[in-house]
Design a protein around this ligand. Structure first.
Ligand SMILES: *Cc1c(COP(=O)(O)O)cnc(C)c1O
Length: 415
């Protein structure tokens, strides 16, 4: 165990971690039932309705609308609260690009807010400085499954009459003050894409407690149809077909029956990691705000301090962990405005995509130093399926990190 695997020694672990997705006869039975029924889709189908209302209930929201994916859910939620061309939408700088793209698709402008170094979530202290007369909405992301500071976001939004759309793509099962995420903002948007904490391959859901927003969202995903029992819609909106199929909803009904167990297992592993990794100099688990009554774990995040590892870069630390048999990686692609889509375009001289009301926005001027530090230097991520193993599996992660810490000079020399 003394020679690092990256230098040819034995790896801490050669066994694989649990694979994802997890399924059994429940998923098979649900899908077969839909296949046999011949009703594979609908406007919307009965399985879609059943799933959306079950999921809404689980997250403590009044209404649920099943959608084809999480990006569509975000886009529809933004449209439902009236965001349109030229409006500004505040999003965290550190997130999957879809959070920002949802605004761009409808002609709105993404304005990036830096994140907190110890939660990786939107830095609420900076929100007000980003608000202009064109700002219409704030989109907090519960990054990695850690609920963002909803009390603070909602207070700022109320004061400035802005909408709040929660991006809950990482946070199924998470609660803030004991109430499900997605039920706090005007609307919440979830994703069930293959990598998420429950999945139907692709899929999404919109949650809200507001009847009008629910009816409008249901219409916006359904070619503008007004349902028989809609009471608040007076005209048909211009809309898309963003519906989910009943095959996806069937898979999700089965996945829902295991969400509680999966959330508990991931949280137990994460609690162990918090306790053990914090005892290794140079590794820091994230801080949990007091409002977080339950954290979901799409990803387990921690901070790595290269200085305390004799200057070993975060990239080389991750490579050494991988060699020891531990899946972990960086958040390098997650600073959204650094994506080439937003970058200064060498041909056109400004952002390739964003025509703001005052001309093109130059995102090369945007700097969110904390998000950049997390992405480029200090953030480490362990994917959710790794947390589905046993306490012994978690011990291997800690063993590998400690081994690298103890032998850090060998990596530095070898590198
Ligand atoms: C996955 C994801 C989305 C989009 O979901 P899709 O279903 O892939 O469209 C949105 N926001 C975040 C933060 C995500 O991780």
């Amino acid at each position: 165990m003394s020679t690092l695997a990256i230098n040819g020694g034995d790896a801490v672990r050669t066994k694989p971690f649990p694979t994802w997705p997890i399924w059994d006869q429940r998923e098979v039975d649900q899908v077969i039932e839909v296949v046999r029924s011949g009703q594979w889709g609908g406007i919307p189908g009965s399985k879609c309705r059943e799933f959306a209302s079950a999921f809404a209930q689980l997250q403590n929201a009044t209404y649920g609308i099943a959608v084809m994916n999480g990006t569509a859910a975000l886009q529809v939620a933004l449209r439902a609260v009236g965001v349109g061309a030229g409006d500004e939408v505040i999003v965290p700088a550190l997130t999957w690009i879809a959070t920002a793209q949802a605004a761009l698709y409808i002609g709105a402008v993404a304005v990036f807010c830096d994140v907190e170094p110890d939660t990786f979530n939107l830095d609420v202290a900076q929100l007000e400085s980003l608000i202009t007369s064109r700002t219409k909405a704030i989109v907090p992301v519960h990054y990695g499954g850690m609920p963002a500071n909803l009390d603070a976001v909602i207070a700022v939004a109320r004061k400035h009459r802005l909408a709040v759309i929660e991006d809950c793509a990482h946070a199924h099962g998470a609660t803030w003050h004991d109430r499900g995420v997605g039920s706090w903002g005007d609307l919440g948007a979830f994703s069930f894409q293959q990598s998420k904490v429950i999945t139907s391959g692709e899929g999404g859901c919109i949650l809200t407690n507001d009847r009008h927003l629910a009816e409008l969202s249901a219409s916006l995903i359904n070619c503008g149809r007004i349902q028989k029992d809609d009471e608040t819609l007076v005209e048909h909106p211009f809309a898309y077909n963003f519906r989910m199929t009943d095959l996806q909803a069937a898979l999700l009904l089965a996945q829902l029956t295991r969400l509680e167990e999966l959330t508990t297992r991931r949280a137990a592993s994460a609690d162990l990691l918090d306790a053990e990794l914090s005892r290794i100099d140079g590794l820091s688990p994230l801080r949990r705000l007091s409002g977080v009554t339950r954290q979901a774990y799409y990803q387990y995040h921690f901070r790595y301090d290269p200085e305390q590892f004799d200057g070993l870069s975060r990239e080389d630390f991750c490579k050494a962990m991988n060699a020891e048999g531990i899946p972990c990686g960086t958040l390098r692609s997650q600073v959204v405005y650094k994506n080439p889509l937003f970058g200064a375009n060498p041909v056109r001289g400004a952002s390739a995509v964003i025509p703001g009301p005052n001309g093109l926005i130059d995102y090369s001027e945007v700097h969110c130093p904390v998000a950049e530090d997390i992405a480029e230097r200090s953030g480490v991520v362990i994917p959710q399926y790794v947390l589905l193993g046993s306490a012994e599996d978690v011990a291997d992660i800690v063993r590998a990190a400690r081994k690298i810490r103890d032998h850090v000079r060998e990596v530095v020399t070898a590198g």
